[in-house]
Design a protein. Sequence first.
Length: 270
Amino acid sequence: MNNALRESWRGTKLFRWQPSKDLLVLAISWILVVAALYSATVLIGPEAAGGMAYFGLYAVLGALIFGVGIPVFWIVIYRKRPLADLGLTTRGLTLSVTLQVVFAVIQYFSAFRGITFPDWGKLLPLIALALSIGLFEAIFWRGWVLLRLEESFGLIAALLIGSLLYAAYHVGYAMPVREMAFLFVIGLIYALVFRLTKSIFILWPLLQPMGQLVTLLEDRLTLPTLAALGFFEVLIVMWIVIWLAARYSKKAGIADQTKPTAEVPDNRQS
């Protein structure tokens, strides 16, 4: 376990100035994800067309295509870099899963206190949504946004800017600034947790989805039971995209998936 921690922090710089063209793609993907979320939540609403419009904009367009598809395509296909650079790695898996369980237990007893759970028919689609969106958020906000910012500006700036972008992303829910300030702290906590091992498996499938579920229950979001099938399908497609990217990496001879991000050669960086 100590080896996994050392591997994750090897070569880490607290401050640096090495902006790359990745930041432009990051900015575009952020705008697209926020636009999809805002369209689904504010402009359309969960009830429109029996929830199908909400599902299509939020889960398919925002989370799957913009949130997972763009980062995977850019890092693996265009940049020829390993999936580990998106936090998609089994390096230190035992440590990541162990820490996730510990943090999830703490979160359960602190965040779910006083929460009233609906009946199973209403809860299932929310769980499916939390699992699929939780995977998207782990990949997009931690593996994509945080690690790209760290490569350009160092860890300190990455934590602060990444958490600010995460909080601002919730304008898509039409949240007031006061609530976004709280989400800045939440984003900072998740970023710090992720950065312990630089693996999404310290956040998913328990910790981050549980946080998402708390928000859904507090907002009293209701979705048809059939929506669960759609969100589970999106989750499956996300993993298919990741699997295909892994196969491409292997065939293309891309660097070892366990190689630390800071040491991956980047011949295309501007």
